[in-house]
Design a protein around this ligand. Structure first.
Ligand SMILES: *Cc1c(COP(=O)(O)O)cnc(C)c1O
Length: 361
């Protein structure tokens, strides 16, 4: 029995040809491919907002926060139920990440928990559109505006998701999309920062390139966070495919939701379009045993995103009482939903999950 993997990057002949074209051009570092990728990404995915390509999603968050003026003395409210890069990027600016709880249905920041965490020092609120489900950016944006704070979006997992008809990445001062291989589209490594204002665009561009717009006239202290034309060429091809892949993910998720029995299936909030970076069920008892039986007996791979609340990681080791986060860490299990699954694969996932759920009931 072959194993159905939980995730699978799809790299085809077009990506290989694009890389070859760039390598043959002799211009490999940031150049015309990056500029075209930024323009096309902005037009296709964030309603025409200006985008700046960087070397990774994590770097995109870090530079976006710095460009927005976040630094020592500031607090930025983030979920604890996410990948560590969300809070890491806040901490790396010298600001303090403040952890809030999630809505147990959407796994995204709970506005009531965020409201309770606001202080005089709150300078930003950074929801994560987790698993490809948009956070409630209406309520979170209202909270931010009422307290003179900015809204930022960690859209690493949510290319193409929408909230009340508008794309994620078009709400915050800035938003970051990851282009890591397991995300809904990839450039190898990379990140895209969509920006609300020309000032932010310019500052992210400066920070990306040693603080230089004109060579050797460095205006601010910056990084080398540039994307290469080789990576941008891969990303441009993937951008042409991500719409069809998202439709396939949505079809796969609908199949799973209408056929799974005995487990809690994922919910979609009214007004949300989910892009199913992950399809995540709840297993209230012995989740890890469930995952092992699924793999050993049915050849179905799965993943736990995320087993440890970020505030409890050794890197933070902070005390927060976040009951919905704790419960999610104990119960979530993500099943294969990626666009490379065949109908047979999907049927095997359903049969496996239903059998393991029945055996454990
Ligand atoms: C992947 C991811 C990141 C970081 O992106 P990289 O491209 O891997 O640096 C940040 N936040 C979330 C929620 C992610 O899933």
């Amino acid at each position: 029995m072959t194993m159905i993997p939980a995730a699978r990057p799809l790299i085809g002949d077009e990506e290989r040809a694009a890389v070859d074209r760039v390598l043959r051009s002799g211009m490999i570092a940031q150049g015309p491919e990056v500029a075209a990728f930024e323009r096309e990404f902005g037009e296709q995915l964030v309603g025409g907002r200006a985008c700046v390509a960087v070397s990774s999603g994590t770097t995109g968050l870090h530079l976006g926060l710095l460009a927005a003026g976040i630094g020592p003395g500031d607090e930025v409210i983030v979920p604890s139920f996410t990948f560590a890069a969300t809070a890491n990027s806040v901490a790396l600016t010298g600001a303090t990440p403040v952890f809030a709880d999630i809505d147990p249905d959407t796994y995204c920041l709970d506005p009531a928990s965020v409201a309770a965490a606001i202080t005089d020092r709150t300078a930003g609120i950074m929801p994560v559109h987790l698993y490809g489900h948009p956070a409630d950016v209406t309520a979170l944006g209202d909270l931010a505006a009422a307290h003179g704070a900015q809204l930022f979006e960690d859209a690493a997992q949510a290319h193409g998701a929408t909230w009340q008809g508008a794309p994620v990445g078009s709400f915050g001062s800035f938003a970051m999309f990851s282009l890591y291989p397991t995300k809904n589209m990839t450039s190898g490594e990379g990140g895209m920062v969509s920006c609300a204002t020309p000032e932010l665009v310019r500052m992210v561009q400066l920070l990306r390139n040693q603080g230089m717009e004109k060579r050797y006239e460095n205006e601010v202290v910056g990084f080398n966070a540039r994307m290469t034309d080789v990576h941008a060429a891969i990303g441009r091809v993937q951008l042409g495919k991500v719409g069809a892949w998202t439709a396939q993910r949505q079809e796969n998720a609908a199949f799973l939701s209408s056929n799974l029995e005995g487990v809690g299936v994922p919910q979609v909030a009214p007004g949300a379009t989910h892009v199913w970076h992950q399809y995540t069920i709840r297993v209230p008892q012995d989740r890890d045993g469930f995952a092992k039986a699924l793999a050993d007996e049915h050849g179905v791979g799965s993943g736990v995103y995320y087993p440890i609340p970020n505030h409890q990681l050794p890197s933070f080791a902070l005390e927060f009482d976040l009951p919905a986060t704790r419960e999610a860490c104990d119960q979530v299990l993500s099943l294969p939903v990626h666009p490379a699954l065949s109908r047979d694969d999907l049927e095997r996932v359903v049969a496996g999950v239903n059998a393991v759920a029945k055996a454990g009931a």
